[in-house]
Design a protein around this ligand. Structure first.
Ligand code: IMP
Length: 431
């Protein structure tokens, strides 16, 4: 295998950062292809903690090239801050380590303002999405509406001026309606031009750069952000993010054609979590849910919000396997279940008395499905840090086997702790 895609198989926060980091050891290039700084990856390397939002996880490795592909939306101020934070930890980020696609769309200060205004003031409790408030949705909206600004537009001051004025004029109609004041573009215009000077050395035609890597048969890792059920098309709409998070988007968000991708891996926790609002069939609004949150340290990397927790939902993972054509799964945070007497796996749903084995598209029905559980005996012993399958307690092996059986996909990696070597590899992923 040489080119592989990693995606989240649940609602994000599955522990993709660690898996990407592990696999990036053998990767020559790591590519982000969607989302923006709404993502949050924590990498733990020899007691050093790196928090990444926008930068690809390969950035902390000396010999890996990181690419922010065209499908990503960029807040230039955040990007500069994140680069500085990583550099402060001793990692030098130079243009021969990082490429930013010239056709990435920008998240402007007005996008962040709109995102927060909608969430905090305008939406009712019922219609609030619970976004990260970072302007992701409004930036993608402007992209699709064909009034967005791409990094490349900053090359020409006059073109940029015309475009930023157009965007601010457009949004100010709505903003003044709610806020009785408009947002001036002039200060942001100047600040963005300054920011462009800082990031300019990294800005390149990324599909052509990537094509060179493909031609040279380099190992490329496509790093997904968020998760399958936050996908704008296949997620629990409207409680989703504004990009496609499934594997198919790796090709679109990078310009590397689908036939060049050899393997796709979905990351899933051994239980389920979600931040923000929206349907969650196996959510546990009880002591068990609280125990999962506590043991799993389930607080968002980006917003610090508490994550909602529930049992492993095999129906969702099976659906993720189909939609992304997953070749294998990585099962993370197995150790969080170490102290439970009983562990449950959702193997189907009941909707109005009828058994179904998929999550319906309709929000109303998504909220009404009732999980059908398979109950298993907990292992009540320590799996934290386990490195081989044979060291796992037999009950944990039964749990893993059951998941594989119900989901219909191989489990190729098991993660048993936050450190790089707290991992069981069941398949050689890169040659
Ligand atoms: P947005 O991406 O900020 O527009 O937020 C839309 C939804 O996606 C909200 O429910 C967020 O909590 C969720 N979301 C966005 N990024 C992440 C992530 O990296 N992990 C988990 N949830 C996320």
């Amino acid at each position: 295998m040489s080119n592989i895609v990693i995606i989240g198989a649940q609602w994000g926060d599955e522990g993709k950062g660690k898996i990407v980091d592990l696999l990036s050891e053998k990767a020559d290039v790591v590519v982000r292809f969607q989302g923006g700084h709404n993502a949050g990856h924590t990498l733990v390397v020899q007691e050093n903690e790196f928090k990444l939002s926008l930068l690809p996880s390969g950035i902390i490795r000396d010999s890996t090239m990181s690419v922010i592909g065209n499908g990503v939306v960029i807040d230039p101020f955040h990007l500069i801050k994140e680069i500085a934070e990583i550099e402060n930890k001793g990692i030098k980020i130079t243009p021969d380590k990082l490429i930013i696609s010239e056709n990435c769309f920008l998240i402007l200060p007005i996008h962040k303002f709109i995102d927060q205004l909608r969430e905090k003031k305008i939406s009712s409790l019922k219609t609030k999405i619970g976004t990260t408030g970072r302007g992701i949705g409004p930036a993608y909206e402007d992209k699709v509406a064909r009034r967005g600004i791409r990094i490349d537009d900053l090359k020409n001051k006059n073109i940029f001026l015309e475009k930023i004025k157009n965007i601010y004029d457009h949004h100010n109609i709505w903003i003044t309606h709610h806020e009785l004041k408009k947002i001036n573009f002039e200060i942001d215009f100047e600040k963005l031009l300054k920011a462009y000077e800082v990031i300019k050395p990294f800005v390149k035609n990324s599909w052509r750069e990537l094509d060179t890597f493909v031609e040279k048969r380099k190992n490329i890792l496509f790093e997904g952000a968020q998760g399958t059920f936050l996908d704008i098309d296949f997620g629990t709409y409207p409680y989703v993010t504004s990009s496609n998070t499934i594997a198919g988007n790796a090709a679109i968000g990078s310009g590397v054609g689908p036939s060049k991708i050899n393997y796709t891996i979905g990351i899933t926790k051994a239980y389920t979590t979600r931040v923000g609002n929206g349907p969650f069939p196996t959510e546990l609004d009880n002591e068990i849910g609280q125990k999962l949150a506590l043991k799993g340290k389930e607080f968002g990397t980006v917003t610090g919000r508490k994550r909602r927790c529930g049992w492993f939902d095999a129906v969702l993972i099976k659906q993720a396997v189909k939609i992304s054509g997953l070749s294998g799964l990585a099962l993370t945070k197995l150790d969080v279940l170490d102290e439970f007497e009983e562990i449950k796996i959702c193997i189907g749903y009941e909707l109005e008395g009828i058994k179904i084995n998929y999550l319906p598209i309709c929000e109303f029905e998504q909220n009404r499905v009732k999980p059908i559980y398979l109950s298993l005996k907990g292992w009540k012993s320590k799996t934290l840090g386990t490195k081989t399958l044979s060291e796992l307690p037999s009950e944990a092996i039964v749990f893993i086997q059951k998941i594989k059986e119900v989901v219909g996909c191989d489990i190729d990696i098991i993660s048993t702790g936050p450190e790089r070597n707290d991992t069981i590899f069941l398949k050689k992923i890169f040659n």
